[in-house]
Design a protein around this ligand. Sequence first.
Ligand SMILES: Nc1ncnc2c1ncn2[C@@H]1O[C@H](COP(=O)(O)OP(=O)(O)OP(=O)(O)O)[C@@H](O)[C@H]1O
Ligand SMILES: [Mg+2]
Length: 357
Amino acid sequence: MAATGTRVEFRDVNKVFRSGKKGADVVALDNVNLTVEPGEILGVIGYSGAGKSTLVRMINGLDTPTSGQILLDGTDIVGMPAKQLREVRRNIGMIFQQFNLFSSLNAAGNVEYPLKMTEMSSADRKARVAELLDFVGLAERGTNYPEQLSGGQKQRVGIARALATSPSLLLADEATSALDPETTQEVLALLKEVNERTGITIVVITHEMDVIRAIADKVAVMENGRVVEHGSVYEVFSNPQTQVAQRFVSTSLRNTPSPAEERELMHRDGRLFTVDLTAESGFFSAAAKLQERGVDLDVVHGSVTTLQDHSFGKMTVRLTGNQEAIEEFYSTLRRTTTIDEITGGRGSRSTSTGEAN
Ligand SMILES: Nc1ncnc2c1ncn2[C@@H]1O[C@H](COP(=O)(O)OP(=O)(O)OP(=O)(O)O)[C@@H](O)[C@H]1O
Ligand SMILES: [Mg+2]
């Protein structure tokens, strides 16, 4: 398999779909600047219409930007002659939501298909197909046709086919969206293994934060054609900056109460806070002093996660008792961490951050 991965760079990439006379133009990519390092797994997340598929179609040259450059290992593919582009594409594997297998070919035939366009001998092709089917756990299934395979098995065939020519870049557009959660995790684990074994660069498009969490090193969050956030999975999960990133993160971590839970929590007395639990938040030392000051602390919601060797989370607590001590606790903590006070309904939430004030 390939020894290293491709570096992918977007430089000031714009894509505008011009409509007919009256309709408005669609800006599908709006000044995208993004680098995927060799061997990295980048997860691209965004709501429907954010521009994710347009982004990947630029990488394999299926579509061209209105302006800007797309560099693969330093070579701009924009405007490249068709013949040269075909060579570039041979080095890129692609897997899809609907698998896109040939129904008239069995599993082995599907995996062999891209090899038929190479100089490889028939015997070498057969050996390579056997090796690939074995790698994806389908050694016994080579003679099965797609209709005889489950969704997860079909995607394994898709992965084997994508890897047949030992590409150094793999693009996956919603490749697990048609699969159940368990099969999704199996397929993602397989992709991760491919990445670890071969050093192949992988770009995974998804609308599920759990997919990013399971596989990616870095994440790019897209909204209205723009990359609004880009960082390590830990950075984005522990400290999302934009509202769209916050929404995606909360669907995966579920570490803050839902609106329904908040309403439930408001029925009882006391001050409700959600606090960040990071190594530096100072929450536990501040909380340790509460009981002797006549304050009761109840944990009512929360979770802690470990990602990329960092543990972080959120906890929602209810404080009752000595009001003065509660105020002190609040002002001590807000110097070191983010506190989100739940005071009833989304509109009356107050957030204070620890920036020296
Ligand atoms: N060929 C096209 N002609 C006109 N508009 C297009 C074309 N392809 C995409 N668009 C528009 O560009 C925008 C981005 O589309 P894109 O398919 O990249 O979104 P996406 O993030 O992949 O969405 P989804 O999650 O639904 O797959 C959308 O507004 C879409 O309607
Ligand atoms: Mg799409």
